[in-house]
Each structure stands twice: as structure tokens, then as C-alpha cells.
Design a protein around this ligand. Structure first.
Ligand code: BEZ
Length: 218
């Protein structure tokens, strides 16, 4: 069974480019994004990490920490960071976990169906993690998961948009419609009677009895 929405994100201790990480301690009580990639020094992964490096101010604005994972070593991650910065023009200042032991990959179900573990001579090529993303809430519960195949680079603008939607709906009776972006109206949860919603959120835009939009309180 993989990681499910609302599971507590598995805890682990691992080496990283920022030293030893005790994951739950590192999370503290904020939002975090964990994302894996297959291998260091590969083309798609370099564009992805470059995209995350460029978005660092956006993650900071959302008080969200970011951490990368692959089955490569801290030494490789450190060298690869230089390539990422040269490509993206922004430093990859977030930690990247050394998961040569596969501890994190297994705990988070980041390995593809065909992975195999030769008794000897295992290389990252045997066990490359796929492109997973986990958004974790301040309560350490998994809010969102996403898995892309090796051949498809992720859209980090969408990950940022999904983070905005998660933060906009956490602990309030709202949901976001398809393609929502910040500034647009949100959907009032079915659990809230219309009169109560009007009293609390003002005028509603009622498209259907069960599809009621409200301005998001600021
Ligand atoms: C990549 O381009 O990210 C990639 C290429 C081959 C294997 C794994 C990743």
C-alpha cells in the first residue's frame, strides 16, 4: 500500500546536503514538499531541480520547506548542485537526501513497479526513484501526492498552484474548483447550509444548489 492522503508522512533519519536530517524534526510545524527524482546528472532532473531553485522565493513566501530525494550520494548531490545552478542561474539551496539505502524510497513508495534489487552490484540504474511529490501539512499529514514517470518532467507552476489550493482550503470549509488560482472564488463545502455561508462569507454565487462560490476571506 502506498502513501495515502491524510497518512502521517513517514519519519526517517538520513544524510543530506544539509547534514543529517531527522525528518519530523526538520518539518517542525510548517508545510513541506518532498520530491524525488531518478538520478543526479540527468537532463530532465536537472531542469526540474533548476525550476525548484528558481522558485525558492515563492516557496519561502508560502512558508514551505522543500527537500529533494534520490538514490544518489551526498557527494554526487553536492557536485550536481553546481550544474543545477549553472543551468538555472539560481542556487539549489534546499537539502537533497542521500537515499543510497533506499530507506526513504521504500517508505514513500517512490520506486517503479519494475525496480529490482540485485544482491550485489546495485546501482541507481536498478532502483531509480520515479518523480513523486508529497505536500505535507503542519500536522505532518500528507495533503497531496503526485507521481510522474521518468520521461515526463513535472510542472512546478502546478505544484505551486496546488500548494496554494491546499493552503487555501486547510481547516476551512472550502474547496477549489478546476484550474483555480489565488484570487478566484472558492467553493463552499456541502456541509455548510447556504444561509450560514451567506452570514459568514457574504453574498454567494450559486451556480447549482450544490455548487456555491464565495469570495475567500482575507
Ligand atoms: C532524466 O533525464 O532526468 C533521466 C534520464 C535517464 C534516467 C533517469 C532520469
Amino acid at each position: 500500500m502506498g502513501i495515502r492522503i491524510n497518512d502521517i508522512a513517514p519519519d526517517f533519519t538520513a544524510d543530506s546536503t544539509a547534514g543529517t536530517i531527522h525528518f519530523h524534526e526538520w518539518l517542525a510545524d510548517g508545510y513541506a514538499i518532498v520530491f524525488s527524482h531518478p538520478r543526479d546528472f540527468t537532463p530532465v532532473c536537472t531542469t526540474e531541480f533548476g525550476a525548484v531553485a528558481q522558485l525558492a522565493p515563492e516557496f519561502a513566501k508560502r512558508k514551505t520547506k522543500v527537500i529533494g530525494v534520490s538514490v544518489d550520494s551526498v557527494e554526487d548531490h553536492g557536485k550536481w548542485k553546481r550544474d543545477i545552478e549553472a543551468f538555472a542561474g539560481a542556487p539549489a539551496d534546499f537539502p537533497i537526501i542521500d537515499d543510497t539505502s533506499l530507506t526513504v524510497a521504500k517508505a514513500y513508495d517512490m520506486l517503479p513497479a519494475e525496480y529490482y534489487l540485485p544482491a550485489e552490484g546495485r546501482t541507481p540504474a536498478n532502483t531509480a526513484t520515479v518523480r513523486t511529490v508529497y505536500i505535507i501539512g503542519p500536522d505532518k499529514k500528507v495533503r497531496l501526492t503526485m507521481t510522474y514517470p521518468m520521461s515526463v518532467g513535472r510542472n512546478f507552476a502546478e505544484i505551486l498552484r496546488a500548494l496554494d489550493a491546499v493552503q487555501a482550503t486547510d481547516g476551512v470549509p472550502f474547496a477549489t474548483p478546476a484550474n483555480w488560482v489565488p484570487g478566484q472564488d472558492v467553493i463552499v463545502a456541502l456541509s455548510v447550509p447556504t444561509e450560514d455561508a451567506k452570514a459568514k462569507y457574504g453574498e454567494l454565487d450559486i451556480k447549482l444548489p450544490y455548487l456555491r462560490f464565495a469570495k475567500r476571506p482575507v
